[in-house]
Design a protein around this ligand. Structure first.
Ligand code: NAD
Length: 324
C-alpha cells in the first residue's frame, strides 16, 4: 500500500501549506480540522488540487475520532498541526490544554495503535524562555525549556509526551519549533502581524506591527516542507528541533516590505524587544533533512505580494483580519 498522510489543523496557515506541498507531490492526503471548508487552502491552492484532497471534520480533542480516522483511512504518516495559539490558550486555558495537550496525546495514541511510520508535530519557539534565561548562543535544541506562557507550557508537555511514547512504545516522532511564521494564510496569533503588514501594504492600508526587536522568521511554505521532510524521516526516536531561517529586526523587515511596496505605511512597537532569543541553532534539523528549505526574505515577500495582489484583485481575501 502507498503512503497516506493525515494533516491535523489542515485549515490553518501551516496546514494549508503542508496540504498544498503534499498535493504537489501527488500524495494521498486526509486533511482534518474542525471545519471542512478550505478557506485558507483556497488562498494558495488551485481548485484541481483542492478537489483531490479528502477534507474531513476532525476534532483532535475526541480520542475515538482521531483513532478511527487514522485506522479507517489507513494513515501511514501524520503531520500534527492542530492547536490553539498563545492568545487563545490564555483566554481559555482548559480548552487550550484539551486541544494542545490532550489532542496531541490522542494523535500519539492513534499513531501507536496503527503503527504509523512517520509523525511530525508542531512544537514552538515558545518552549524556549526569555532572551535573558539563556547564556549559550546559538540556543541549542536541548536547552532547558522555560516557557512563560501556558501555550509554551503545553508545547513542553507535548515534547515530553513524545519522548515517553518513544521510550515506552518505540513511537518515533519529530517535533519542530517554528518561530515567527509569515506568508499568505498567516492571519491569526500576535506574530501574524508580519504577514498582515505585507497584505496591508499591498492593499494600500497603514498597519502597526505589535512586535519589536530582533526576530527569527520563517516562511510558511518552507516550514511546511520541513514538516513533510520530518514526517518522511521515520525512525523510533523522539527528536525535537529548533528552526532558524532569517533573523531580522522588525525595522529591517519593514524595510524589506518597502523594497517590494515602496512607501508602505508600517509602524512597529518601539522600545519593545522580542521576548525570546532570536539566535537559535538549527544544526539538528539540518542533520535530519540535509538541506533546510529556506526562501530568502526578499524573494518570499515578493512572491507573497504577488499572491496578495491577485487575491485582492479577485476579491478573494478578507481584509477584516487587518483590524483584529
Ligand atoms: N504560525 C506560527 O508562527 C507558529 C509558531 C510556532 C508554532 N506554531 C504551531 O504550528 C501549528 C500550526 O500553526 P498555524 O500558524 O497553522 O496556526 P493556525 O491557528 O492558523 O491553525 C491551527 C488550526 O488548528 C485547528 N484546530 C483548532 N482546534 C482544533 C481541534 N480541536 N481539532 C482540530 N483542529 C483544530 C484550527 O481550526 C486551525 O485551522 C500550531 O500547533 C501552532 O501552535 C505556529
Amino acid at each position: 500500500m502507498g503512503e497516506r498522510f493525515l494533516v491535523t489543523g489542515a485549515q490553518g496557515c501551516l496546514g494549508a501549506w503542508v496540504v498544498k506541498h503534499l498535493m504537489a507531490r501527488d500524495m494521498d492526503v486526509v486533511a482534518g480540522d474542525l471545519t471542512i471548508d478550505p478557506v485558507r487552502p483556497r488562498l494558495i491552492m488551485g481548485e484541481d488540487a483542492i478537489a483531490k484532497v479528502d477534507w474531513q471534520r476532525l476534532d483532535v480533542t475526541e480520542a475515538e475520532a482521531v483513532m478511527a480516522m487514522v485506522q479507517d483511512k489507513g494513515i501511514t504518516r501524520i503531520v500534527h498541526l492542530a492547536g490553539l495559539q498563545i492568545p487563545f490558550c490564555k483566554a481559555d486555558p482548559a480548552r487550550g490544554a484539551a486541544v494542545n495537550v490532550s489532542g496531541t496525546v490522542h494523535v500519539f495514541e492513534a499513531a501507536r495503535a496503527a503503527g504509523v511510520q512517520g509523525l511530525a508535530y508542531a512544537s514552538s519557539l515558545a518552549v524556549i524562555g526569555r532572551e535573558e534565561d539563556y547564556d549559550m548562543r546559538p540556543v541549542p535544541d536541548d536547552a532547558i525549556p522555560r516557557p512563560y506562557t501556558l501555550y509554551g507550557a503545553y508545547k513542553v508537555a507535548n515534547e515530553q509526551t513524545a519522548r515517553v511514547y518513544a521510550e515506552d512504545w518505540g513511537v518515533g516522532s519529530v517535533g519542530l519549533r517554528p518561530c515567527v511564521v509569515y506568508g499568505v494564510g498567516r492571519d491569526q496569533g500576535m506574530s501574524s502581524d508580519l504577514a498582515k503588514a505585507l497584505l496591508a501594504a499591498v492593499a494600500g492600508q497603514a498597519f502597526h506591527i505589535r512586535l519589536g526587536g530582533r526576530i527569527p522568521v520563517e516562511h510558511a511554505s518552507d516550514v511546511a516542507e520541513m514538516f513533510i521532510g520530518s514526517a518522511m524521516a521515520g525512525g523510533r526516536a523522539a527528536r525535537v528541533f529548533n528552526m532558524r531561517n532569517d533573523v531580522v529586526t522588525v525595522p529591517q523587515y519593514i524595510e524589506a516590505v518597502r523594497r517590494i511596496v515602496p512607501g508602505a505605511e508600517i509602524t512597529h512597537a518601539e522600545g519593545v524587544d522580542f521576548p525570546h532569543p532570536a539566535d537559535l541553532d538549527d544544526a539538528g534539523l539540518r542533520g535530519l533533512l540535509g538541506t533546510v528549505p529556506h526562501t530568502p526574505l526578499d524573494q518570499a515577500l515578493a512572491r507573497d505580494a504577488e499572491m496578495f495582489r491577485t487575491l485582492l484583485a479577485e476579491d478573494r481575501i478578507d481584509l477584516t483580519q487587518l483590524t483584529v
